[in-house]
Design a protein around this ligand. Structure first.
Ligand code: CA
Length: 234
């Protein structure tokens, strides 16, 4: 059965382009040009027993900025939310990620990028076993969360406990962006939210141990102004 996607985007041209592209990929796409209309569609989807599997949400909408809708979704539904934003929405984007959006794409983005992010978000929600994750393997990297073992190309890499915690947190959301705030609170604790220099320091250490070339990271990617992403090859 086709996965149902709700696309909320007020730009008519982009809405049609995305709808067509996603339909070709086999998604069942419904569209909406406003937050209020999207909210009605979401409510209807529940009462009609045909819930959406994913929400694509533009931030700049004629009747709101996406926040209220995200709030409603987080309270009432369990579906992944991908934010579609323009570059100037930066602050807002971080706010929405902290509020529980799964990921974001900055316009203009390629369809293949969108599809890849959608797959990651759907997989994370579909499995919902993030807390129970015991091992992770992708590309050169292998992490045994239970044994606290990390390998690059099968070679054991020694990490400090904090480095391991940071890596494990990124592994839990592999392929998705994790905000500075989420990393600081989960690795160091909520009282460390302002200590972004910890992140820079520990990320540099992790890169020097895990990347082939730490000045050109391929694994631990920086999302400027937002956070970090553990790159997951398709
Ligand atoms: Ca817009």
């Amino acid at each position: 059965m086709a996965l149902k996607v709700l696309l909320v985007e007020d730009d008519r041209e982009l809405r049609q382009t995305l709808r067509d592209a996603l339909t070709v990929e086999g998604y069942d796409v419904q569209t909406s040009a406003s937050a209020s209309d999207a909210s009605a569609l979401l409510k209807h989807s529940i009462s009609s027993g045909a819930a959406f599997d994913l929400l694509l949400l533009d931030l700049g909408l004629p009747d709101g900025n996406g926040s209220d809708l995200l709030h409603q979704v987080r309270n009432q539904f369990n579906l992944p939310v991908l934010i579609i934003s323009a570059r100037h929405d930066e602050d807002h984007k971080v706010h929405l990620l902290d509020a529980g959006a799964d990921d974001y794409l900055v316009k203009p983005f390629s369809i293949s990028e969108l599809l890849a992010r959608m797959r990651v978000a759907l997989r994370h929600r579909g499995t919902s076993v993030q807390a129970a994750l015991t091992s992770y393997q992708s590309g050169h990297l292998a992490v045994d969360v239970t044994k606290h073992e990390v390998r690059i190309d099968k070679r054991l890499v020694k990490l400090t406990p904090t480095e391991f915690k940071l890596l494990a947190r990124l592994v839990r959301q592999a392929g998705q962006v994790v905000t500075h705030r989420q990393l600081l609170s989960d690795v160091w604790g909520v009282e460390f939210l302002e200590h972004t220099h910890y992140l820079r320091l520990y990320m540099a250490q992790l890169r020097s141990k895990l990347e082939h070339n730490s000045t050109e990271p391929k694994l631990l990617l920086t999302e400027p102004g937002v956070g970090y992403r553990l790159c997951e090859p398709d």
